[in-house]
Every structure is written in structure tokens, then in C-alpha cells.
Design a protein around this ligand. Structure first.
Ligand code: NCD
Ligand code: ZN
Ligand code: ZN
Ligand code: ZN
Length: 399
């Protein structure tokens, strides 16, 4: 099947250009002024075509917790949010900490309608598996307690993981960021800090100059909510790391502008409403459907520019995690594209969400700027509120 997207503006190399995109065999074949003949034409008049978003941090809960989410419902939420690739976290049940469980997860993910990759979990005694594992996004290390039971506190093991020649993603809160940086002084692999949430944490991540590269992720909930939202939302605004002060929020926005923050990921962490009402409620909030609308609304409010959104949500995650042929609109690259309408105003409504948990801390927020069409591997997967259930692929990695 071939598709021609015409009449829209395409984001290429930092600029918006008026051209058509010709897609065939799952790839972007041509960016052209010609009106090439295609099986299907999409009219993108008054709209902008951007690279599909790569969400580096989601919890789609398979196996073991499919009452919260699964690869189909999670990926539907992603597609509706303009996300064309997700990278799934290992704190499932059982956790993804050995090759056999990774194989099982690969089978479960085959129903995903967005492209996917896997972060591999670490424990105090799976270093042999970490050395063997191939084709994963990163090795995930949990230095603090959070959902799942993967807290790793043996610093000798941490040191070994940090020098394993694989990208390491870290859940480390507060001083654990300093500890991690101490331990990685002589490692030469890439270290990625998940969900950095405060002024202090941000300061720690980019403070010390060390040889190996460090990247920093922030989440929409820390950019758009503060601790005061917990008064109204209760456990529905409780996640790890927790919401911080206005001053912290301001520091994160500054980090976005001054380049201290490399990427925004959702940390999509669905739990059912019933679970959230329990006394010992679990931590985490869903986010796949709301990240891009929140950012586009912020763009309309002049809080950031489109170029920044694309760097943070498309280009940089592709670079950090070495995802092949994605993150940019380029001839020969995968046809993962999101069409946005900066003028569309719509309200986030719990009952209209695709995530299985059917709630969002942003319920009731009226936003201007929404994704309207999502094309994944050259297939029209999301179109003005409707989902076409077409399965996607596992990502591949550069070198
Ligand atoms: C995540 C979850 O529920 O899996 N929860 C959260 O509050 N962020 C785990 C995590 O990312 O730490
Ligand atoms: Zn975490
Ligand atoms: Zn060194
Ligand atoms: Zn997470």
C-alpha cells in the first residue's frame, strides 16, 4: 500500500516546509513537490507532519498485570497520543530479568499497534543474563523502592552493571543520583536518568563532569503538576518520584530551555481506579495519551517551540537509545509520522481514553493542539479518534 500526505507542512531539519510525503513499503520514499499517485491520499491542509514520538519509558504491564493495561490497550493509548514507538519497562510480573522471560514478553508484545522495544531488568544476581542479553533498549536499574520488587542496593553489583558496555537507565531519586554518578565514574557506557523531578536532582545529574555520557529524562506530570495537585487528586496524583514544588517545576522548564534535559517520556504507569482508592495504593499515573497534547498546548501558550518538542520527544530518544531509522522525517526512514492540528481545542475526558485504566490526572483539562492522525510503519493506525488495529514491529538498534 502507498500513501501520499499532501498540503501539509513537514518538520524537517528544524524548519517547516510545504511538500508532500510519499510512503510505500513501510518507508518514507520521497519528500517531494510532485503529486505522486498513491493508493491513498491524506489531506493535511492546515496541519503539521512531525516524526512519530518515541516514548522511552512506559509500563504496559504484560505479563502479570493485564487488569491494569496490556500491549494492545497501552499501544492504542500511545497511537492516540501521537506516539509511534514505546520502550517498555521490566517491572512486570514476573519481571523481565532473564532471557526466557524476555522471549515471553516478545511474544506478548506482538499485539502492539505501535513499535516497541524492551528495557531489561537487573537484580542482585542476574549479571550473567545482563551480559548475554541482546537487542534490548537498556539495562534498567531501580535504586529506590517503586512498583515491582527490583530495588538493587548492592553497590558492587551496580558497579558491574555500570561497566557492562550497555546503556543503563536508572530510577534513582534524590541522593541516589549522586551515588549512581560516583559508581559510574569509570564506566564508559551511556547512563540515562529516568523521571528527574526536582531542581536538586537536575543539579546532580549535570553537575559533575565525567567522561561517559549522561542523559536526563523528565515526565509530563512533573512539568504540568505540582505537589499542590495532590490535595485535589489524592492518590491519582501520586507517583514515584512524587510531585514537587513550583520552584522545582520552574527548574525543570529551565532545564528544557537550557539543554540540561534531553528527553521527555511519559512513565505511563497505569493502575486501576479501585487500586488507587485502596489505603496502600500503588504509585504511578498513565500518560501516553496526554503528553503530546499537553506539550502542544504549552507551545500555543508560548512556553516552548515545536523544534524543542521534536528534539525532546522524537530525535533525542532515537539518539539516546540508538533506535534505527526513526525519530526524523527522512527519505529511507520508517514511515512513523504524526499529524498535528495546532488549532484543535479539546478536553481530556477519562471515559474517552484508550488506556485500560480509564483515568488521567489531567481529566477535564481543555487543551489547544492535538495529534489527529498517526501513521505507523506506513499504516494509518489512528485517524481522528478512530483506531485501526494493525500490529507493529520490534525496533532495531544502530550498531
Ligand atoms: C511505576 C510503575 O507503576 O510501574 N510507577 C511510578 O510511580 N512511576 C514505576 C516507576 O517508574 O518507578
Ligand atoms: Zn521509576
Ligand atoms: Zn574512566
Ligand atoms: Zn516508570
Amino acid at each position: 500500500m502507498s500513501i501520499l500526505i499532501k498540503n501539509g507542512k513537514i518538520y524537517i531539519n528544524g524548519a517547516l516546509i510545504k511538500k508532500n510525503i510519499f510512503i510505500k513499503d513501510h518507508k518514507i520514499i520521497k519528500i517531494t513537490s510532485q503529486n505522486l499517485k498513491a493508493d491513498k491520499t491524506i489531506d493535511a491542509k492546515n496541519k503539521i507532519i512531525i516524526p512519530g514520538l518515541i516514548d522511552g519509558h512506559v509500563h504496559f504491564r504484560e505479563p502479570g498485570q493485564t487488569h491494569k493495561e496490556d500491549f494492545l490497550t497501552g499501544s492504542m493509548a500511545a497511537a492516540a497520543g501521537g506516539i509511534t514507538t514505546i520502550l517498555d519497562m521490566p517491572n512486570t510480573n514476573p519481571p523481565t530479568t532473564n532471557l526466557q522471560r524476555l522471549d515471553e514478553k516478545r511474544k506478548l508484545a506482538k499485539k502492539s499497534i505501535v513499535n516497541y522495544g524492551f528495557h531489561f531488568g537487573s537484580t542482585n544476581n542476574n549479571i550473567a543474563e545482563i551480559k548475554k542479553v541482546k537487542d534490548v533498549t537498556s539495562i534498567k536499574v531501580y535504586m529506590d523502592y517503586t512498583t515491582g520488587d527490583l530495588k538493587l542496593d548492592n553497590y558492587n553489583v551496580l558497579k558491574k552493571i555500570f561497566s557492562s558496555n550497555k546503556t543503563v537507565t536508572i530510577h534513582g531519586e534524590n541522593e541516589n543520583i549522586i551515588k549512581a554518578i560516583e559508581l559510574i565514574q569509570h564506566a564508559h557506557n551511556h547512563i540515562h536518568f529516568c523521571h528527574v523531578s526536582s531542581k536538586e536532582e537536575l543539579h546532580y545529574t549535570k553537575n559533575k563532569k565525567i567522561k561517559n555520557s549522561i542523559s536526563v529524562e523528565v515526565c509530563p506530570h512533573h512539568l504540568f503538576l505540582t505537589a499542590s495537585n495532590v490535595n485535589e487528586l489524592g492518590s491519582f496524583a501520586e507517583m514515584k518520584p512524587n510531585l514537587k514544588t513550583k520552584e522545582d517545576q520552574k527548574a525543570l522548564w529551565e532545564g528544557i530551555h537550557n539543554g540540561k534535559i534531553d528527553t521527555i517520556a511519559t512513565d505511563h504507569a497505569p493502575h486501576t481506579k479501585e487500586e488507587k482508592y485502596e489505603i496502600n495504593y500503588p504509585f504511578g499515573v498513565p500518560g501516553c495519551e496526554t503528553m503530546l497534547p499537553l506539550l502542544l498546548n504549552a507551545l500555543n501558550e508560548k512556553k516552548l517551540i515545536l523544534k524543542k518538542i521534536i528534539q525532546l520527544c522524537c530525535e533525542n530518544p532515537a539518539k539516546i537509545f540508538k533506535i534505527k531509522n526513526k525519530g526524523f522525517i527522512k527519505e529511507g526512514f520508517d514511515a512513523d509520522l504524526t499529524i498535528i492540528d495546532l488549532n484543535l481545542e479539546k478536553e481530556i475526558k477519562n471515559n474517552e481514553l484508550f488506556t485500560k485504566c480509564k483515568w488521567s490526572p489531567f481529566d477535564g483539562w481543555k487543551l489547544k493542539g492535538w495529534p489527529v492522525v498517526t501513521i505507523i510503519n506506513g499504516n494509518l493506525v489512528f485517524e481522528y479518534g478512530k483506531i485501526n488495529n494493525i500490529v507493529a514491529n520490534e525496533v532495531t538498534y544502530n550498531e
